[in-house]
Design a protein around this ligand. Structure first.
Ligand SMILES: C[S@@+](CC[C@H](N)C(=O)[O-])C[C@H]1O[C@@H](n2cnc3c(N)ncnc32)[C@H](O)[C@@H]1O
Length: 214
């Protein structure tokens, strides 16, 4: 996924109307950006954008922001947006490192956060970089609405167990959990498969999911 040097990706992103630039000056202005006050949901580490595009298509009553760190990956999502028959007016993308998330959204501005197949960062010394680390949960705490929720999916058991520990450490609630999403009728209802989810479940890996809130 980390093809950092796709030719022209930075330029294409700079010119695209689907991308919100100067994101650190946007906290508190997302209603103005979308032109309505619909609830705002974000996906962090969206990759090529398959999941959040389908979510936005199915839920025109909500607003969505897809966040991705690398231009070379984001460009694939842009290409998909350009192929849409009817443009998705309820979805924008931001190219940024999620470490700066509290500068981009105001306190309580985000109704929900999706984390799908986040990078596992297997070395202990990189644990803080995991998107479900206590450090990241504390950042999400600052931008989530009081009733806001986080949904996290992964096939990586070690990352899932680490995330369960993080939830405990910050004192959040586990609203739902499964270690085999595709066989869990209730949690799998309406599930949108991500690119990684398709790939890993085709290899026979069970998909883990948790839904958490404060
Ligand atoms: C393993 S891929 C999963 C992609 C997609 N969510 C899926 O399930 O198919 C993880 C993605 O998260 C992005 N990512 C990792 N750390 C990030 C961060 N700190 N901020 C923003 N994006 C990040 C990576 O660049 C990569 O595209």
């Amino acid at each position: 996924m980390r093809l950092r040097n796709i030719r022209g990706s930075r330029e294409a992103i700079a010119e695209s109307s689907y991308i919100i630039h100067e994101e650190e000056s946007r906290a508190g202005t997302w209603k103005e950006i979308f032109g309505n006050d619909h609830p705002l949901y974000i996906e962090i580490g969206m990759g090529k954008g398959k999941f959040i595009m389908e979510l936005a298509r199915r839920n025109p009553q909500n607003n969505y922001v897809g966040i991705e760190k690398y231009s070379s990956v984001l460009i694939r999502a842009l290409e998909k947006m350009e192929q849409e028959e009817a443009p998705l007016s309820n979805l924008y993308f931001v190219r940024m490192d999620a470490e700066a998330i509290v500068k981009v959204f105001a306190p309580g501005e985000v109704q929900g956060i999706y984390l799908n197949f986040s990078d596992p960062w297997p070395k202990d010394r990189h644990a803080k970089r995991r998107l479900t680390s206590p450090e990241f949960l504390r950042r999400y705490d600052q931008i989530l609405a009081p009733e806001g929720r986080i949904e996290f999916k992964t096939d990586n058991r070690a990352l899932f167990d680490f995330s369960l520990e993080s939830v405990k450490e910050v004192g959040w609630k586990l609203d739902a959990v499964t270690c085999d999403l595709h066989r869990d009728e209730a949690l799998n209802a309406g599930n949108i498969m991500t690119e990684y989810e398709e790939r890993f479940s085709a290899q026979g890996n069970p998909i883990h999911k948790m839904v958490i809130s404060r």
